[in-house]
Design a protein around this ligand. Sequence first.
Ligand code: SF4
Length: 108
Amino acid sequence: MGTSVKTDVGTSVMWNEDWASQAACRVSQPDQLFVRGAEQNKAKKMCAGCPVKAECLAEALENQIEWGVWGGMTERERRALLKRNPNAKWRAVLEQARVGAAAKPVTV
Ligand code: SF4
């Protein structure tokens, strides 16, 4: 079984354990990422170029966080990904994706 992770996972190969301190959104209003519906597609533009997008997304997926934009994905996008891959180890998947990002899409 294979499913593409259709998100840019950043350019750094090293996993950042202190990712929150590097978040592109750390200086914004948190409410901007916790909007509803189609507004989330606008909100996730804030994630473009965030250096810790993979770490942020892994946090949301591993903890099944249901609200808001995390790692450049809306709650609907994350729900669909979790439904397709209920047993995935997301940190490992996203670390692999980051390492192989320049070569090809990653499957889980
Ligand atoms: S990926 Fe988006 S939500 Fe996550 S830390 Fe970066 S800017 Fe914030």
